[in-house]
Design a protein around this ligand. Structure first.
Ligand code: 5GP
Ligand code: MG
Ligand code: MG
Length: 179
């Protein structure tokens, strides 16, 4: 384990098995349709890359980047688009792919923003959910794991742009945020 981590919450094998199940579930739910996965950068990129390889219906993907947390661990509630989608989603079956839903503020903004663009359908898939921190109600259709209220990193998730490359999801040692 990386020396900055307090404990591993989800190991590589657990993540792999769950991502396979989510891919199979999405495959069943979208039989006969084409999916457009919208990955929210940068946190969701590793999850999206593994998820799409477990989906067996025609799938394309696009990306959006929004600012929510900045460098630290405190939610601002203000959402700004840093990178928009490349193409129109009008008439498409869209799945928003997120790394983690915490307060839900980022996702609430994204759902409203995407709905206004006229997709045929819109669903939400997140790897992690911290339900105890929710401030607004957002309908999560596919959830990998519900986790306790601790700041986690790895498998795409960062602290100050670090630790995204860890193959597991772990709780950062508190002395690392304070230093
Ligand atoms: P929300 O708007 O739901 O409060 O926050 C969503 C975003 O905050 C996530 O997409 C993620 O970027 C960041 N975030 C929330 N909780 C965590 C966490 O435990 N670890 C990391 N690395 N990012 C988090
Ligand atoms: Mg995110
Ligand atoms: Mg971050």
């Amino acid at each position: 384990m990386h020396p900055h981590m307090k404990e591993i919450l989800l190991d590589e094998q657990q993540i792999k098995e769950r991502v396979l199940q989510l891919g199979q579930q999405i495959t069943r739910d979208y039989q006969g349709q084409n999916i457009l996965m919208v990955g929210i950068l940068k946190g969701a990129m590793i999850f999206l890359a593994d998820l799409v390889r477990n989906i067996d219906v025609p799938t394309s993907f696009d990306f959006m980047a929004v600012s929510s947390y900045g460098a630290g661990a405190v939610s601002s509630g203000a959402v700004r688009i840093l990178k928009d989608l490349d193409k129109s989603i009008d008439g498409r079956h869209v799945i928003i792919v997120e790394d983690i839903v915490d307060t839900g503020l980022t996702l609430q903004y994204l759902v409203e923003n995407m709905k206004a663009r006229g997709p045929a359908s819109l669903k939400i898939c997140t790897l992690l959910d911290k339900p105890s921190r929710r401030k607004v109600d957002v309908p999560v259709d596919y959830n990998g794991f519900s986790i306790p209220d601790e700041f986690v990193v790895g498998y795409g998730l960062d602290y100050n742009e670090r630790y995204r490359n860890l193959p597991y999801i772990a709780v950062l040692k508190p002395e690392i945020y304070r230093s």
